[in-house]
Design a protein around this ligand. Structure first.
Ligand code: GAL
Length: 684
């Protein structure tokens, strides 16, 4: 029998004894006096975890194989002496100038053949054997040097893989792509079939003829584009696993992670997750955006779903403003606290920032820091300290998990395929469509998981498919079985259109779900930009609709009952716009347009009611989010007031107020604007 994979994340949890708190620490940018002040301030702020040496390659290996750990030895010793754990980087995020000068072939090449120069960061071709070799050697050297260091708690490999360079089109990448294709398809005819190469005379007679989808006169083959995205994510993942394997050989008990960026399309987090001991996310919601917290909520649920529900680390967020948007809003008082607790509420076991001390020079000098340019006697630093104090009050949150009954089906294959060119409407964008469904669910107050279609669906009562264009026959069959067995389904237009190779499922859309939904779509009629599509209720029991936008289509009923119709006066009058169908023991709903938010909420509420799903805490005021994290014999309710008004909340039973050191039992909570309550079950 195979022994279960070791739970290395538990080792970090045991070390921290509660939630992690800290940030990227870049001591190499500062003098000794500042570093001494840093340690003192970190202790005062309750910092127990730092991301260390993320961009330190040039300093630690100033010339090939000439490792110099002197500086970081002092830093690591100081951290240990101050009780701070290092999420120690393998330092491979940005190759040093000497490496690019000695080996210009490591530099990435764009689709049009341009070479990306050093001078920024992440300038490496993911398939480059030279880069991979130098990175693994460095990771080995770092691991061998710090293997027994008391400050070492977790390994931070690379940094936000793929955020700047996700794909490389050089000859080395081309050869690697061909190897990847040979593994995937075995023989060239299988590839020709998968890629539909009889179209436009693209039939290959050997793998050696295939190149990445470089700049071409017109649309490159879509299946080739899709496979290149899969390959590119895998190539980066190989960079990660090569370093991870080196680390595991030397420090088998230390967990290994890398930090993903929320909302980043190029790296398939779900395919990376099984390779990692724990998942980590960097999250930068825009304070200028009114519903930024909902987009952030989605990204936390995506990450937690990829982690199979396990706790994760918020490795970066901004203490206040970032520097990389056109206009960089600061976080108003209380917002950083609110958004930090939101990550914890949604499963994070650590709250960290980019970065500890705001840089004096370099491209990110106007990015906020936990210690701003103005020093520690500042609003931002005061809020940081206060949050550190608070997080330490609820150690029982660490290791707990959410249990939700609604799952949005999501995967990167669909994200990539849905947004390929030459589609009926370029207005159908994956995260927008997911948010169109996520937002009314979030506002209904239900807990949401976001899962891959191959995930265990048994915990769920309702599945949501928001324009899930690419759906393999196998995954469609799982969803059909889920509904037949009594589950609820809410699916929107442009779902179940193509298979895993981007080839249409024939017989009327969405063929593999036609029986489940009780309908067949003959034609798509996307709306013009800004055009609204009139809707009308099928009868007095239907939701009273306002309008749709973005899409309409010709739905032919085959058992489903219409709830909404397109209302013309155009040629689409009287065609169904929303339907409901009983399939086996379950109920399947279909939405053939993008309804206005009120109508969408009404449809979502019906789907929730059909499936018997209730809010985490019923009766909450709009804009107040509630989540429940469960431990073995306790749970913690977190309430987050995302509004600018005060709200009173009554609890169904008494709970302990964990943010009050005395932990009084309360039945009633007053939430200030942007306020937070963290409430343990009796016995916590
Ligand atoms: C992240 C990155 C950090 C820093 C930060 C600024 O994407 O990992 O190194 O650049 O953004 O917001």
């Amino acid at each position: 029998m195979n022994s279960p994979a070791p739970d290395r994340a538990r080792n970090l949890r045991a070390r921290l004894g509660g939630l992690g708190f800290g940030g990227d620490y870049n001591p190499e940018q500062w003098d000794a006096a500042t570093r001494a002040e840093d340690l003192h301030l970190m202790n005062e702020a309750g910092v127990n975890l730092v991301n260390l040496a993320v961009f330190a390659w040039a300093r630690v290996e100033p010339a090939r194989d000439a490792y110099d750990f002197g500086f970081f030895d002092t830093v690591m010793d100081d951290l240990a002496a101050h009780g701070i754990t290092a999420n120690l980087a393998t330092m491979t995020a940005s190759p040093p100038p000497w490496l690019a000068a000695e080996h210009p072939e490591i530099l990435p090449v764009t689709a049009s053949g341009g070479v990306l120069s050093p001078g920024g960061r992440q300038h490496f071709c993911p398939s480059s054997p030279v880069f991979r070799d130098r990175a693994v050697r460095l990771a080995e050297a770092v691991a061998a040097h710090y293997r027994d260091h008391p400050a070492l708690g977790v390994w931070h490999v690379g940094n936000e893989y793929g955020i700047h360079v996700a794909e490389c089109f050089c000859d080395t990448s081309a050869a690697d792509f061909r190897r990847w294709l040979t593994d995937r398809y075995g023989d060239i005819d299988a590839l020709n079939d998968a890629w539909s190469t009889d179209f436009w005379s693209q039939r290959y007679t050997g793998f050696d003829q295939i190149a990445p989808p470089r700049a071409a006169p017109t649309y490159p083959n879509p299946s080739q584009q899709l496979d290149f995205k899969r390959f590119s994510s895998d190539a980066l993942r190989t960079c990660f696993t090569l370093e991870r394997d080196a680390l595991r050989r030397i420090t088998p008990d230390v967990p290994v992670t890398t930090n993903f960026l929320a909302g980043h399309k190029s790296v398939d987090v779900q395919r990376w997750a099984p390779e990692m001991d724990l998942l980590a996310l960097d999250s930068y919601p825009d304070p200028h955006e009114e519903s930024a917290h909902i987009g952030a909520a989605l990204s936390y649920d995506v990450l937690r779903g990829a982690a199979d529900g396990r706790p994760w680390l918020l490795t970066e967020q901004a203490p206040s403003a970032v520097n990389w948007r056109d206009r960089n809003a600061g976080k108003s008082p209380g917002r950083m606290r609110l958004w930090s607790w939101q990550a914890v509420a949604q499963g994070a076991d650590a709250v960290m920032y980019f970065q500890w001390r705001q840089s004096r020079g370099g491209a990110e000098k106007f990015h906020s820091g936990m210690v701003p340019h103005a020093g520690a006697e500042t609003r931002v630093h005061a809020e940081v300290r206060e949050l550190g104090r608070e997080l330490a009050l609820a150690p029982e949150l660490a290791g707990t998990r959410l249990r939700n009954e609604v799952a949005i089906v999501f995967d990167w294959d669909n994200w990539w395929a849905l947004e390929l060119d030459s589609h009926p409407s370029n207005g159908v964008q994956c995260l927008d469509r997911v948010l169109d469904h996520y937002t009314p669910l979030f506002e209904a107050g239900v807990g949401i998981d976001v899962v891959h279609p191959s995930a265990d669906l048994s915990p769920y009562k309702l599945l949501v498919l928001p324009s899930h264009y690419l759906l393999s026959a196998e995954h469609a069959a799982r969803i059909a079985a889920f509904v037949a067995a009594g589950g609820g389904l809410l699916a929107s237009f442009f779902t179940g259109i193509v298979d895993e190779h981007d080839r249409v499922h024939m017989g009327g859309y969405p063929a593999p779900l036609g029986d489940v939904l009780g309908l067949r779509v003959e034609e798509f009629w996307p709306a013009a930009e800004g055009e609204t599509v009139a809707l009308r209720a099928a009868d007095a029991n239907s939701p009273a609709p306002a309008a749709g936008s973005l899409w309409r289509e010709d739905v032919k009923l085959a058992g489903a009952r219409p709830e909404l119709f397109f209302a013309g006066p155009d040629w689409d009058d009287d065609r169904p716009a929303a339907t409901v169908h009983t399939h086996g023991a379950g109920t399947a709903r279909y939405v053939a347009t993008r309804p206005d938010p009120g109508t969408m909420r009404a449809l979502v509420d019906r789907a929730l009611a059909d499936a018997g799903v209730g809010a985490v805490l019923p009766g909450l005021p709009a804009g107040v989010q509630a989540t429940l994290r469960h431990g073995a014999d306790h749970d913690v309710l977190v309430l987050l007031n995302h509004t600018e008004e005060k709200h009173e909340v009554s609890l169904p039973a008494g709970r302990l107020d964990l943010l009050d050191v005395r932990r009084p039992a309360v039945r009633h909570v007053t939430l200030a604007p942007r306020g937070v309550a963290v409430l343990g079950s009796a016995g916590t």
